[in-house]
Design a protein around this ligand. Structure first.
Ligand SMILES: Nc1ncnc2c1ncn2[C@@H]1O[C@H](COP(=O)(O)OP(=O)(O)OP(=O)(O)O)[C@@H](O)[C@H]1O
Ligand SMILES: [Mg+2]
Length: 152
């Protein structure tokens, strides 16, 4: 259990996942990578991409989204207070489940710890679509944490 990947979208479930990953890391002396994927505007839907006329605009939008998400990830990790655990933070732009799976391969993760749900208001059966796809295609075991779970 050397490397743990924790995908973070800032949701309460990803916070629970992060706390559990810290517990595991303390027990096994693992290194944690907190990882957030900036969804490309064309993947977000017509609300943003519909208003974009050329590539320069798209680049600016992606930069803005990346800055915002980096700030979210910084504050998220600061709030965890995990000073006695070896942690790093990574951000990439793309389709979240694809980037999570390829990043797990890239860092040779032994475990992925993620939330059961994110921010979506769409109530999908059982798991959100990102966690569903990661569970089915991940190169390592995946621990899916329900935000309602009580920690000790
Ligand atoms: N963009 C992202 N970057 C990193 N991790 C993510 C991202 N989106 C989701 N996750 C991870 O996946 C977990 C489950 O979120 P998921 O997106 O599957 O559920 P949802 O938002 O309820 O549904 P959906 O996104 O399918 O509408 C989150 O708790 C988080 O750990
Ligand atoms: Mg989501």
């Amino acid at each position: 259990m050397k490397r743990i990947l924790v995908p973070v979208d800032g949701s309460p479930a990803s916070m629970k996942a992060a706390l559990m990953a810290i517990d595991i890391a303390k027990t096994y002396g693992s290194k944690i990578t907190f990882f957030s994927v900036v969804r490309r505007p064309e993947l977000i839907g017509t609300a943003i991409s519909g208003g974009i006329g050329y590539a320069g605009d798209l680049r600016k939008v992606v930069e803005g989204l990346t800055d915002r998400q980096r700030k979210m990830l910084d504050e998220f990790v600061e709030g965890l207070n995990c000073t006695d655990v070896n942690c790093t933070k990574d951000i990439l732009v793309g389709e979240p489940y694809e980037e999570i799976i390829s990043h797990a391969k890239y860092i040779e993760a032994d475990l992925i710890v993620m939330g059961r749900r994110g921010y979506s208001k769409v109530q999908r059966f059982f798991l959100g679509s990102v966690s569903q796809r990661v569970v089915s295609d991940a190169p390592c075991p995946v621990l899916v944490v329900n935000e309602d779970i009580q920690s000790e």
